[in-house]
Design a protein around this ligand. Structure first.
Ligand code: AHM
Ligand code: MG
Length: 358
């Protein structure tokens, strides 16, 4: 009997099986098919993973290389100052999809209009929507940031490049996820069959499955919100915050990068909120690149996402860069925030009926 005939011990076998569950293989396993669409989705996820690796590599060495940190001096379509890392990461996503035959259009938080890759369009029937760097204020101080993405099927030819078909609800997403650049780089995704987390093994250069079928707890202790906005909010949100201050069992966590905060809540439960303010009722977060992809993901894990009055997945944007208030996380905690908002809304409407006009 040679060494080759000896069965491996269980520990070795486990390590090999684990290291073989790469992202592209996992997508095919999930779909239980080698159909053209399954191959496309697997290839799409693989390209997103490549973008994540390229961005992670730059972030890891950002303090050492020239022109990685700081602002470009420009503002984006949202009127926000653009960071050099935003530009780099945005371009990386474009580059990995060029000549891929997969994606005809990319729409990003950082670009006024979608970016078209004409050579892909005859066969690339998908659109990638993404926020290349989520939480960019964290970049210069070496704290965690992320990326958020969603994939939609292109509907129609879009010959005039108006991308009207993207102005539809979140149910049109066929996949969504995020990348978390933290102590390790993680990619969490869903193609509508549960939520799965992968960790980048730098020695292999591969994302390896680390947690399958994540289920968000029905309730968790964390509430995650920028309380610096307290006096800009409606009274309903202030009342919710007063409630959690006065009751045992709540704790605040806010990292300045949505992806990091959501990641904690996905595993441990709780709620993240970025409500509107009196002056800006639509809030800060973008529906197509942030709120809808994360809503898809969190719902797949058994949680919920709401504007306070409507499910995020049902919201139809009126423009590409539309914003919505976002309340997302464990079912019970989202419902608690909603109850304050809806109660306030009802009281206001009653007041309007009782107050005679004129
Ligand atoms: P960004 O994609 O431009 O970085 O904006 C999104 C980020 C979220 O990650 C984070 O939760 C929020 O903006 C932080 O904003 P604020 O500083 O107002 O709390
Ligand atoms: Mg951003």
């Amino acid at each position: 009997m040679t060494d080759m005939d000896q069965p491996l011990d269980l520990d070795h076998q486990y390590a090999i099986d684990r290291d073989c569950t790469t992202l592209s293989r996992h997508v095919l396993q999930q779909l239980q098919s080698f159909s053209a669409e399954a191959q496309d989705l697997s290839a799409l996820m693989n390209r997103i993973a490549l973008a994540a690796k390229l961005i992670a590599r730059r972030l890891t060495r950002a303090g050492l290389v020239e022109d990685a940190l700081g602002f470009t001096g420009r503002t984006n379509v949202q009127g926000e100052s653009v960071k050099k890392m935003d530009v780099f990461a945005n371009q990386v996503f474009i580059s990995v999809f060029e000549q891929s035959g997969l994606v005809c259009r990319l729409a990003s938080e950082e670009m006024d209009q979608p970016y078209y890759i004409p050579e892909n369009c005859p066969i690339g029937r998908y659109t990638l929507l993404y926020d290349p760097i989520d939480g960019s204020s964290n970049v210069d101080i070496n704290l965690n940031v992320g990326a958020i993405f969603a994939i939609r099927r292109q509907e129609g030819e879009d010959l005039d490049h108006t991308a009207q078909d993207l102005l539809q609800d979140g149910h049109r997403q066929i996949a969504a996820g995020y990348v978390l650049y933290g102590p390790s780089t993680m990619l969490v995704y869903s193609i509508g069959k549960g939520v799965h987390a992968f960790t980048l093994d730098p020695s292999l250069g591969e994302f390896i499955l680390s947690t399958e079928n994540i289920r968000i707890p029905e309730h968790g202790p964390v509430y995650s919100v920028n309380e610096g906005n307290f006096w800009q909010w409606e009274e309903s949100i202030r009342n919710y915050i007063r409630y959690v201050h006065r009751h045992d069992g709540y704790t605040a966590r806010y990292g300045g990068a949505l992806v990091g905060d959501i990641h904690r809540i996905l595993f441990q439960g709780g709620v993240f909120l970025y409500p509107g303010t009196v002056k800006k009722p639509e809030g800060k977060l973008r529906l197509l690149y942030e709120s809808a992809p994360l809503a898809f993901l969190v719902e797949q894990a058994g949680g919920r996402a709401s504007t306070g009055m409507q499910e995020i997945m049902d919201v139809i944007p009126d423009k590409l860069h539309a914003r919505t208030p976002l309340i997302i996380g464990s079912k019970e905690d989202v419902a608690l925030v909603e109850s304050f908002i809806q109660e306030h809304d009802r009281a206001q409407r009653e007041q309007e009926i009782l107050t005679p006009k004129g």
